[in-house]
Ligand binder design. Structure first.
Ligand code: IVH
Length: 681
C-alpha cells in the first residue's frame, strides 16, 4: 500500500522539525518549544508510522525510545584503531612532554588544544551519507562491540548530520559517553531501594548501560555524549580546533570548556583551574587532555605503541584525606540487608565535609583490615561517593580489636544470616521494626505511592506509637482520626491532609503499586514490565517462575523473588488487604500504556471554569496518565490548566514562569480513544 502524498509530506515535515528541536534541546540546551508541543508532534509522528510503517526510517526521531533487544553484540573492527593516551600527573612531566614535542617538530613553539578528560566510556560512531550507520565501543582498541541500538537512545547523538550535504560520504566521530552525576546518584538510590546491586561510579554505570540487551531500558538512563575527535580528512579541517567547530556545526555536542593554548603555562593554568572546579561540572572528569592543535604536526609526530606522540592525558590526583574511623555502625535496609557504615571524624574533602562512608560488606572491611580507632584514608577519585581506601596500621593503638561483623540485628536482635554466595548479611525477621519502617517509607515514597506528607519522620512516629506496622495499616488510619489528632505534631489540617493523601494514593497506577509493595529486585522498570505483561496481582500470583523468566527483561533472580513474594502467606495477606481497601490491583482493560510522558510525574493545578471537562474528569485523566493534581501553584507545579475567568492562580503561574495550558491543548495530549464525546460538551 503506498503512502498518500499528504501523509508523506506531513511525515517529513514532522521528522525534520523534531530533529531540529532535539538539537536545540539536547545539544544547544536552548529549546524553542515546550514539552507539550514537542510531545504532541512526536505522537503525531508515531501515529503516522503506525498507519504507514513504510515511512519509518532508522534515523526516525521515534527510534530514540529504544525497543530493540540485542542478545549478543557483534564484534566490529575499527578502521582506524582507537588509541589510548599516556598519563602524567605533575608539572614536570608535562614540561617534558612539551620539550619532546618541540624537539621532534624542530620548532620553538607549538599550540595545544586542551580539553577536559571526560571520565566515561569511549564511543565511535559512523555516518554514511550523513545518516547514523553504527556505533561501537573501544574494546581493545582494534575491535569493539557494535552497540548501535543502545547508542541511538542517546538524545545528544544526532542520527542525521546537520548540513549533511557538505559532510564526507563516510564519517567517523568519536567521543565519550557519560551519565550525569545527579542521574547516577538517583539511579543508585533507586537500585538500592529495590535491593539491586548499585554501581561504583558513573563510569561503571555508563559502561553497564551501554551493554544492556534491552535498548528501551538504556533510553531511560539518560546518557549524554561529548565528541572530541574526527577521523579521516574533512576539507577545511586543519586543526583539532577546526575539527571541534566542524563537529559543533554538524550538530554534535563537543567536549565543553576546551581552550587553545599558545604556551605550556596556559596549559598548566587550565589544568589547575579544572582541578579546583571539577565538582561544578555535571559529569566526572579525571584530568585534561593536551593535544597538539595542528593536524599536520600531529601527523609528523605520529604514534608510538598504542598512544599518539601528539597528545597526553594530564590527570588530577585522587583527592584524599586522612581521618579517624570512630565507629562502624549498621543500617538495616527494607529487604533486611545489613550495610556497615563508617562513622568518621568529620573531615573536609574536595569541598564537602565527610562524616560517613559506606563500607559495603563484611569482606570489604576484612580486606582492608579496618579497625575502630584506626586512622584511615578516604578518597574521592572518579567517584561521586567518597570511599575508605586504606587503614594506617602504624597509627593503630595496641588494643585495637580486629573487626567482626555483628551477629544480631541492631534493630530487633534476630540472629543474622549470610546466604551462600552472597556478600551481605541479612536480618530475616520480616517484622523487624527497622525493616518495617523502611518498607512503609518506600511504599509512600515519590516513585511508589507518592503519599504527600508521609516522609520517614512521620512513618517513624506512626510506627513508634503503634498506629501502623505495615503499609496495609495506612488504609485503616481514616477510622482513627481522633487518635491521630492526639499526636503532638499533628493538627487538624495535617491529619486531614495526610488522610486525604492516603485516600488519593489508592488510585495510583498498578505498576506503581507493584513497585511499592516491595518485592526484592522489582524496581520501577521491572514493575512496569511485569504490569504490562501480567496485568493484575491475581495473574502474577498464578504465574510460575519459568513463565516469569520467559518475559523479556526478567531474569531467574527476579522470577524467583516474585514467586517467593506471592507464595509467602504474610506478603500475600498484605496485598489482599490493599485490594480490600480499594487500592488499584490491576491494569485497566483498554489501556495499553498506563502513563503518557506529558503527564507522567507532572504536577497540575486546575483553575478557572472548564468547559470541556468537569474538574473531576480532568483530574481523573491526569492521574490515569501518571500525573497529579494539587490545589495551589508553587515552583513544583509543572502545568496550570486554565479555564475561563481564571484568577490569582493564573497570575501566580505567570509570575513563576510556569507553563499555562488551555483545555484544547490539554485535549490534544490525550490519546485519541480517550477524547470521547463525553469529554466534550
Ligand atoms: S582523545 C588518541 N580527548 O580518554 C586520542 N580522549 O586514554 C585519544 N577521553 O579512550 C582520545 N576525554 O575515552 C580524547 N577530550 C578527550 C577525552 C578523551 C576523555 C578518554 C577516551 C580515551 C581515553 C584516553
Amino acid at each position: 500500500m503506498s503512502v498518500p502524498p499528504p501523509a508523506a509530506r506531513r511525515y517529513a515535515e514532522l521528522a525534520d522539525a523534531l530533529r531540529h528541536h532535539d538539537y536545540l534541546y539536547y545539544v544547544l540546551a536552548e529549546p524553542e518549544i515546550g514539552d507539550q508541543e514537542y510531545d504532541a508532534m512526536m505522537r503525531e509522528l508515531e501515529q503516522l508510522e503506525t498507519a504507514h510503517p513504510e515511512l519509518r526510517t532508522v534515523d526516525s526521531p521515534t527510534q530514540r525510545v529504544g525497543g530493540a533487544v540485542t542478545k549478543e553484540f557483534p564484534t566490529v573492527t575499527h578502521d582506524v584503531p582507537m588509541l589510548s593516551l599516556g598519563n602524567t600527573y605533575n608539572e614536570e612531566d608535562i614540561r617534558d612532554f612539551h620539550r619532546r614535542v618541540i624537539e621532534n617538530l624542530g620548532l620553538d613553539d607549538v599550540s595545544y588544544h586542551v580539553e577536559l578528560k571526560i571520565d566515561g566510556v569511549a564511543l565511535a560512531v559512523r555516518y554514511r551519507n550523513g545518516v547514523f550507520e553504527r556505533a561501537a565501543t573501544r574494546g581493545d582498541g582494534t575491535q569493539g562491540d557494535e552497540i548501535s541500538a543502545n547508542a541511538r537512545t542517546i538524545r545528544s547523538l544526532p542520527l542525521r548530520i546537520r548540513d549533511g550535504a557538505t559532510a564526507p560520504a563516510l564519517l567517523e566521530v568519536r567521543g565519550e559517553v557519560v551519565m550525569y552525576k545527579e542521574d547516577f546518584l538517583r539511579m543508585n538510590e533507586e537500585r538500592e531501594a529495590s535491593g539491586e546491586k548499585t554501581f561504583a561510579n558513573p563510569r561503571n554505570s555508563t559502561a553497564g548501560s551501554l551493554k544492556m540487551q534491552d535498548s528501551s531500558v538504556v533510553a531511560q538512563r539518560n546518557l549524554h555524549v561529548f565528541m572530541y575527535s574526527l577521523i579521516g580528512d574533512v576539507p577545511g579541517v586543519e586543526s583539532q580546533a577546526d575539527a571541534m567547530s566542524f563537529l559543533h556545526r554538524s550538530g554534535f555536542t563537543v567536549s565543553p570548556h576546551a581552550k587553545l593554548c599558545h604556551s605550556i603555562e596556559d596549559v598548566l593554568d587550565f589544568w589547575r583551574h579544572w582541578e579546583l572546579h571539577r565538582d561544578e561540572l555535571p559529569f566526572e572528569i579525571d584530568g585534561v587532555v593536551v593535544k597538539v592543535n595542528s593536524l599536520r604536526q600531529q601527523d609528523a609526530l605520529g604514534t608510538v605503541a598504542k598512544s599518539p606522540r601528539w597528545a597526553i592525558a594530564f590527570k588530577f590526583s585522587a583527592r584524599q584525606a586522612s581521618t579517624v574511623l570512630e565507629d562502624i555502625v549498621y543500617q538495616v535496609g527494607r529487604m533486611g540487608t545489613i550495610t556497615p557504615v563508617a562513622s568518621l571524624r568529620p573531615v573536609l574533602l574536595a569541598g564537602s565535609t565527610i562524616s560517613r562512608a559506606t563500607l559495603h560488606n563484611e569482606d570489604f572491611i576484612r580486606d582492608l583490615d579496618l579497625r575502630v580507632g584506626d586512622t584511615v584514608t578516604i578518597e574521592k577519585g572518579g567517584d561521586v561517593i567518597p570511599k575508605v581506601t586504606a587503614a594506617d596500621p602504624q597509627h593503630r593503638s595496641a588494643d585495637a580489636v580486629p573487626f567482626t561483623f555483628i551477629a544480631h540485628c541492631p534493630a530487633c536482635g534476630t540472629a543474622l544470616s549470610r546466604p551462600e554466595g552472597e556478600a551481605a548479611w541479612f536480618c530475616e525477621n520480616i517484622e523487624c521494626p527497622a525493616q518495617v519502617r523502611a518498607r512503609i517509607a518506600h511504599f509512600a515514597s515519590r516513585n511508589a505511592m507518592d503519599i504527600e506528607g508521609l516522609g520517614e519522620a512521620v512513618v517513624d512516629l506512626l510506627v513508634e506509637r503503634g498506629f501502623i506496622s505495615s503499609y496495609a495499616d495506612l488504609y485503616d488510619l481514616d477510622g482513627r482520626r481522633d487518635d491521630l489528632l492526639s499526636l503532638e505534631r499533628f493538627g487538624e489540617k495535617s491529619v486531614t491532609n495526610l488522610l486525604a493523601a492516603i485516600e488519593e494514593s489508592k488510585k495510583r497506577s498498578f505498576d506503581r503499586v507493584l513497585h511499592a509493595v516491595g518485592i526484592r529486585f522489582v524496581g520501577q522498570t521491572v514493575a512496569r514490565i511485569l504490569s504490562q505483561k501480567y496485568r493484575s496481582f491475581q495473574a502474577l500470583k498464578e504465574a510460575d517462575p519459568s513463565a516469569l523468566e520467559a518475559v523479556d527483561g526478567i531474569g531467574p533472580r527476579i522470577a524467583e523473588s516474585v514467586h517467593r513474594f506471592f507464595t509467602d502467606g504474610r506478603t500475600v495477606d498484605l496485598v489482599h488487604r490493599l485490594i480490600d481497601a480499594g487500592v488499584t490491583s490491576e491494569m485497566p482493560e483498554a489501556q495499553e500504556t498506563e502513563t503518557l510522558p506529558f503527564f507522567d510525574g507532572k504536577t497540575f493545578v486546575l483553575t478557572g471554569a472548564l468547559r470541556m471537562f468537569t474538574r473531576d474528569r480532568a483530574k481523573e485523566l491526569i492521574e490515569q496518565y501518571g500525573g497529579k493534581v494539587t490545589g495551589s501553584v508553587s515552583k513544583k507545579t509543572d502545568y496550570v490548566l486554565a479555564g475561563e475567568e481564571a484568577g490569582s492562580k493564573l497570575d501566580k503561574a505567570v509570575s513563576l514562569g510556569i507553563a499555562v495550558i488551555d483545555e484544547e491543548h490539554f485535549l490534544r495530549q490525550l490519546p485519541e480513544a480517550t477524547r470521547t464525546s463525553e469529554d466534550s460538551v
